[in-house]
Structures are given as C-alpha cells and as structure tokens.
Design a protein around this ligand. Structure first.
Ligand SMILES: [Zn+2]
Ligand SMILES: [Zn+2]
Length: 281
C-alpha cells in the first residue's frame, strides 16, 4: 500500500484504504500486489502504462564467454516476456521416471532444447532445418581416437571428442569442419538423417526410446547405434530416437543402448568401476 501511495499519492490511497486493508488481511503478499496494481490501473491507467514501459526498458539478456566449460546467462524480462518464457519452458521441467536432474537442470535443458528446435518448429516430427552449430574438429577427434584434439566451437570454447561425436550423430544439428586438407573429407562426411528415414524412425519409436522416457520426437535426435564415423549406416536398424539429455547419457556418460529382436530397448549404465573411478578421481 505504501508503494501504491508513492505512485498515486497518499490522498488516492486514503480514499480506498478500508477496501484495500480488507483485501490485505485475507491475502498473501503476492495476491495483494495484484490487487494494488489493479487499483493503480483503475485510478491512473496512464501512470500504470508508463510504469510498465519503464520496466520494459530495463529488459536485457547477457550470454557470457565460456569459462571452465560453462557459459553464464543472465537477464531480465518484462512480465509478458517472463510469462512466455515460463509457459514455453514449463513442459520441459516435468521430471520423467528415474530422472535424476534437479528442477534447475531440467529448465536449463529445456531452454537448450527449445532453442535447438528453432527453425524446425513447423515440423511436428522434428525433421527439417534446425539451428546449425559449427564445430571445428579433426578426423581423429570424430573417430574418437585417443590423443586427438578437442573440438572447437564457432563461438569460442572447446568440447570433448565424445561431444563432437554426439553432435555429429544427428547431423541435422551440426556441421563439422576440419583443418586444411582434412576439411573436404570431414565436411562431406557429416551427414544428416534423410527426412524419409527420420519419419520412419518417428513412426517406429514414437518418443525417446530410453526406458521410462516419453519425450516427444521434436525434442529428440536420431542416434546412430554404431556411429557413422565408425561405418555405421544411416538406416532404421542402426538408429534410435533419443531426447537431448539421454543422447548425452549415451555418448558422454558411457551408457549403452541396444534394441532387442522383439523391439524392446535396453539401456545399461557404464560399468560400476568407471563410476567409482570418477567419484574418487
Ligand atoms: Zn548419438
Ligand atoms: Zn529420453
């Protein structure tokens, strides 16, 4: 009420004091703020508009440079922008069965998934153009050979070889470029799953094939069970639909994914010794 008095002048608020006090007694602060803002709008619509415009002017978004493998994003959105962002990202915040991610991690993954969908928005099965990520990598990195250099991202920062392999796995997302004489070979090797194959993949798998996960096709990549860089064909038998977080599990976190003859998918965690080593190391 004091803040409303500052905006409208004490006299205006005094007139409505009994009604406002009554509301304040029965509501939590958040609800009462809505009542106060409504009152401000009724008394002085122009001032309320000016305040909203001032708030809108303060909007910004900053995307930092990678430091220690992390990019800081911070910003302010006006109330409408915030509501749109929340409505858009909320579906991704829902945990799936066995989901170990924190709510914050799920929202972060949601933001990335949503940005990846980008231009592919119009394609309900997730086929079609998506924002391209340009990565510079040697053929050794792509082949996963020990001692190969890291992949270089176009916007700065490096990614491990296994991440290069994941990004190349569904080439609709990435374009891998090599160095010098290797460039032709790598650039032409990076392939995307043809739209017809992608449609067949969606028709067979319906959603992410990781046991317990039901994330829809637009959130999914086509994962090569045997990577194409290791001569795995881009054919239905060698592909599985996996969502972003599970695609990462298979590549960077060492899970094994396979399809049984009866069509069931089995995901096996990395060997316990590997986990133990990671914990002590
Ligand atoms: Zn993959
Ligand atoms: Zn999944």
């Amino acid at each position: 009420m004091a803040r409303t008095a500052q905006t409208l002048g004490a006299a205006q608020v005094r007139k409505a004091e009994p009604t406002l006090l009554k509301a304040a007694e029965t509501m939590d602060p958040g609800q009462f703020l809505g009542v106060a803002k409504n009152f401000e709008h009724q008394v002085d619509g122009q001032a309320a508009l000016a305040e909203a415009n001032r708030a809108h002017e303060r909007r910004y978004l900053r995307i930092g440079q990678p430091v220690d493998g992390l990019v800081r994003i911070d910003g302010l959105l006006d109330a409408e922008g915030g509501a749109i962002a929340r409505t858009t990202l909320e579906p991704y915040a829902k945990p799936t069965k066995g989901d170990e991610r924190t709510p914050g991690q799920r929202l972060a993954d949601g933001l990335v998934t949503q940005c990846r969908r980008g231009a592919g928005q119009g394609h309900p099965d997730g086929a079609g153009p998506r924002p391209q990520l340009i990565i510079n990598a040697t053929l050794d990195t792509l082949a996963g050979i020990d001692g190969a250099p890291a992949g270089q991202l176009e916007w700065g920062g490096t990614v491990p070889a296994e991440t290069v392999r994941r990004l190349a796995c569904d080439g609709a997302l990435s374009r891998i470029t090599g160095l010098g004489e290797l460039e032709w070979e790598i650039t032409h090797a990076a392939r995307s799953i043809p739209p017809a194959t992608r449609r067949a993949l969606v028709a067979r798998d319906h959603h992410c094939v990781f046991p317990g996960c039901d994330r829809p096709p637009p959130w999914c990549d086509g994962h090569h069970l045997i990577h194409w860089a290791d001569d795995g064909p881009t054919k239905l038998d060698n592909l599985g639909l996996v969502c972003g977080p599970h695609h990462r599990k298979v590549h960077e976190e060492g899970w094994k994914l396979r399809r049984e003859n009866d069509g069931r998918w089995i995901a096996t965690p990395p060997k316990l010794t590997v986990i133990a080593r990671a914990r002590t190391g």
